[in-house]
Design a protein around this ligand. Structure first.
Ligand code: NAD
Length: 334
């Protein structure tokens, strides 16, 4: 059993903790929270041990029974998943180093934090036995999920993608916009170069826009393939990857609202959509492919964290076996 801790129990941390608790080769030793808020209380209700990365007295005053401090949690685990806000993970690195444990960070941190950026389909093998890794962001994970199969099967000459990003997560009230479309100040946006931290040398250009929605990101992707492909071949290819869900206008799925309705209907914890939804209504002409995909920002990175743990802790050297195990435990594959 791999002993795992989760530091930061927000949007990503609570989902990763739940996923770890579903693995038969991992033990969730506990989660660390900064504040004794409702999420800390719900974690205890779920049977998770809560540790404090803030002031233990505040937890005591709020009636949240602690199992110890973050430092104590670090002393009990083989690996910690850091899911603290962007930039804070970097500050925590010294703590993990001191504790002599392995660590995984999220996409808010830069590639240099671990010099190993992870996606299960694209580079599982490079994480085997690694001490540190970073699971790339939700958008980058979404791009890698659908680009990796194309690269493997047909080869890619170039990628151009427009990313319409959600303005905030559903539980956030301080972000926006709430009535505008906001252009990313960087052209290209950082997402393309982030893809290159996992697939070096891939020619990819991305631009990004923030939209007043909380449900999902939507990507419009144009790929120049090295070998020509038909639409049916692409659909058949994507059908072989469980972490891609093919959806169709013909079934009444014409927006992220219906994709997330499907996720809720599936009855998963938090109504999550771990799969990247790709519309069957794509265009493949010669070497050129154009498609739309939707990314559930809150959950697509969750199975990636589980696989990264398995690779780094050397318990499964076969990427497909780890992916199969993770997918089965989380009921992935629509
Ligand atoms: P969040 O704000 O929802 O949760 C962060 C958690 O860390 C909270 O429990 C907070 O209390 C805790 N925390 C620990 N130390 C803290 C400190 N010093 N200051 C403030 N809070 C502290 O964040 P999130 O959205 O889960 O993001 C976590 C990481 O995952 C980031 O790197 C982010 O970029 C990445 N990520 C986020 C999303 C998303 O859509 N939310 C998707 C993919 C990756």
């Amino acid at each position: 059993m791999i002993r795992v801790g989760v530091n930061g129990y927000g949007v990503i941390g609570k989902r990763v903790a739940y996923a770890i608790s579903k693995q038969d080769d991992m033990q969730l030793v506990g989660i660390a929270k900064r504040n004794p808020d409702y999420k800390a209380k719900l974690a205890i209700k779920k049977g998770f041990n809560v540790y404090s990365s803030g002031d233990p007295k505040e937890f005591e005053n709020s009636g949240v029974g602690l199992s110890g401090t973050l430092q104590e949690l670090l002393g009990k685990v083989d690996i910690i998943v850091d899911a603290t806000p962007e930039g804070i993970g970097k500050e925590n690195k010294a703590l993990y180093e001191k504790a002599g444990i392995k660590a995984i960070w999220q996409g808010g941190e830069g590639h240099s934090i671990s010099n190993l950026s992870f996606n299960a389909y694209a580079n599982y093998d490079s994480a085997i036995g690694a001490r540190y890794a970073r699971v790339v962001s939700c958008n980058t994970t979404g791009l890698l999920r659908t680009l990796f199969p194309l690269q493997k099967e047909f080869g890619i000459s170039s990628v151009n993608a427009v990313l319409v990003r959600r303005g905030a997560d559903p539980s956030e009230t301080k972000k926006g916009p709430i009535n505008a479309l906001e252009v990313d100040k960087h052209i290209p946006s950082h997402h393309g170069s982030d893809v290159n931290t996992v697939i070096p040398g891939l020619s990819i250009n991305t631009v990004a826009i923030k939209a007043p929605t909380t449900l999902m990101h939507l990507h419009a992707v144009t790929v120049e393939l090295k070998k020509s492909a038909t639409k049916d071949e692409i659909i058949e290819l994507y059908g072989r990857y469980r972490r891609i869900a093919l959806v169709s206008l013909k079934d009444g799925v014409n927006s992220t609202a219906q994709v997330m309705d499907i996720a809720r209907e599936l009855g998963r914890g938090d109504g999550d959509m771990y799969e990247i939804a790709v519309w069957k209504e794509m265009k493949a002409e010669g070497n050129k492919l154009q498609y739309f995909q939707a990314v559930h920002q809150e959950s697509d990175v969750v199975p990636e964290n589980v696989d990264a743990i398995r690779a780094m802790c050397n318990v499964e050297k076969d990427s497909q076996k780890s992916i199969d195990k993770t997918d089965k435990s989380l009921d992935i594959g629509v």
